[in-house]
Design a protein around this ligand. Structure first.
Ligand code: FAD
Length: 395
């Protein structure tokens, strides 16, 4: 069976590419349904893009790589598509755009666009073999219990990263890249809760507060959540992408306030109060109690010198923590690292050394922040490859 383009992966990037590649296009995916990660994303409402998406929101060994694709297919282009499909949406916070109804609307929209472009989608199609031929590529697949061989001039790898293996994530993209001599950057889980010894925060489980987290060059003002296993919430997920095993993270527990001045004012107003009671005036009571023990706070506020208050204020603004680890690919929203961007054209996503071979989406060493950026990368990179293929087919 001959096609112009084979796309491996009917996820966000693969379906976007299928909607734009033109010609005879076949999408293969081993899952039972297309776009499963879209379906479960954003708590079922899909945070499909971000109003403020720009290159600075992405991690990659080459921070310039994203620029071309993001500039040519922007968040406004995707929003326009969403609008044309009559999907109602809203901004939740920080420019994050969600469906009013269901993430399934985004999956349906992409499948509709792919169908309009005459693309065919085969689900439950295991990829058995990928090989180069004289005129392009050959893929052997096991589909509906039958082994089939399909060929095409173009092969697009859109099988994503390793996060959430339970949902069908595999390292196929990395295997194919290696097979064709493309280099990889180290992969690790991103946007993932950080773990601590069980006794450390279990007493605080369920407590959330606004903080500023920082570490590894990233800093984020969002909510942090204590859990039985450690720390989670957007502020932690964001900083986890910058965190490396063994490193510290810093949590500013009173962002936007001057803890030293606040403590001095409290000393004037209520000097007889003990330190832990006072701490509960500026932080949630359970956390104040926990920190009073951890920092061995004793005595009244009135007994504290400016120097002692300064030390305490610095601790509040810079609580340093060394996570034991992360929850790993089991719960990570994304995979950091992947196909080395040096091996790809930033305009087309085509492999520089293998004409007709493209890598898009999460498989590539491009990872967005939390907040709709990862889907925007899937749309932009999928569109870039689709356009390039369409142009190639017209030649
Ligand atoms: C719980 C969760 C919530 C998320 N929420 C958001 C959000 O709200 N906003 C946001 O921007 N990002 C979110 N993300 C991240 C986002 O889902 C991904 O960045 C995005 O889906 C990547 O698109 P992709 O097309 O590259 O890969 P995917 O969407 O993962 O698609 C890859 C496809 O390839 C198929 N595949 C994999 N291996 C094989 C194989 N060996 N053979 C055949 N097929 C294969 C898979 O079945 C899948 O359909 C979330 C992720 C998770 C896990």
């Amino acid at each position: 069976m001959e096609y112009d383009t084979l796309i491996l992966g009917a996820g966000a990037a693969g379906l976007m590419c299928a909607a734009h590649a033109g010609g005879r296009c076949l999408v293969l995916d081993h899952a039972k349904a297309a776009g499963e990660k879209i379906r479960i994303s954003g708590g079922g409402r899909c945070n499909f893009t971000n109003m403020y998406a720009e290159p600075g929101n992405f991690l990659s060994a080459n921070p310039h790589f994203v620029k071309s694709a993001l500039a040519r297919y922007t968040q406004w282009d995707f929003l326009d598509l969403v609008g044309r499909h009559g999907i109602a949406w809203h901004e939740k916070t920080l420019g994050q755009l969600f469906c009013d109804g269901s993430a399934r609307q985004i999956v349906a929209m992409l499948l509709d666009e792919a169908a309009k472009a005459d693309a065919t989608v085969w689900l439950q199609a295991e990829i058995i073999e990928v090989a180069r031929t004289e005129s392009g590529f050959r893929v052997v697949t096991q589909n509906n219990g039958r082994r089939k061989t399909v060929t095409a001039a173009n092969l697009v790898v859109a099988t994503g990263g390793k996060s959430i293996p339970k949902m069908g994530a595999t390292g196929l993209a990395y295997d194919i890249a290696t097979q064709f001599g493309l280099s990889l950057t180290d992969t690790r889980p991103g946007l993932v809760p950080l773990t601590f010894p069980p006794e450390r925060f279990s007493g605080l489980a369920g407590l959330a507060l606004p903080v500023r987290t920082s570490g590894g060059g990233g800093a984020f003002d969002e909510a942090m959540l204590f859990t039985h296993r450690g720390l989670s919430g957007p502020a932690i997920l964001q900083v986890s992408s910058y965190w490396r095993e063994g490193d510290e993270i810093t949590v500013n527990l009173l962002p936007g306030a001057d803890a030293f001045q606040t403590l001095r004012d409290l000393r004037t107003q209520a000097g007889r109060k003990n330190l832990s009671t006072m701490l509960a005036q500026v932080l949630p009571a359970r956390l104040a109690e926990h920190l009073s023990t951890e920092w061995a706070l004793t005595g009244n506020l009135a007994d504290q010198s400016d120097k002692a208050l300064r030390v305490l204020a610095d601790r509040i603004h810079g609580w340093t923590l060394t996570p034991a680890g992360s929850e790993g690919y089991r719960t990570a929203e994304v995979t950091l690292g992947g196909i080395d961007t040096d091996a790809l054209s930033s305009a087309t996503m085509e492999a520089k050394t293998v004409p007709g071979l493209y890598f898009i989406g999460e498989a590539v060493d491009v990872t967005g922040w939390l907040g709709g950026f990862n889907f925007q990368w899937a749309w932009s990179s999928g569109w870039a490859a689709g356009q390039a293929i369409q142009t190639r087919l017209r030649r």
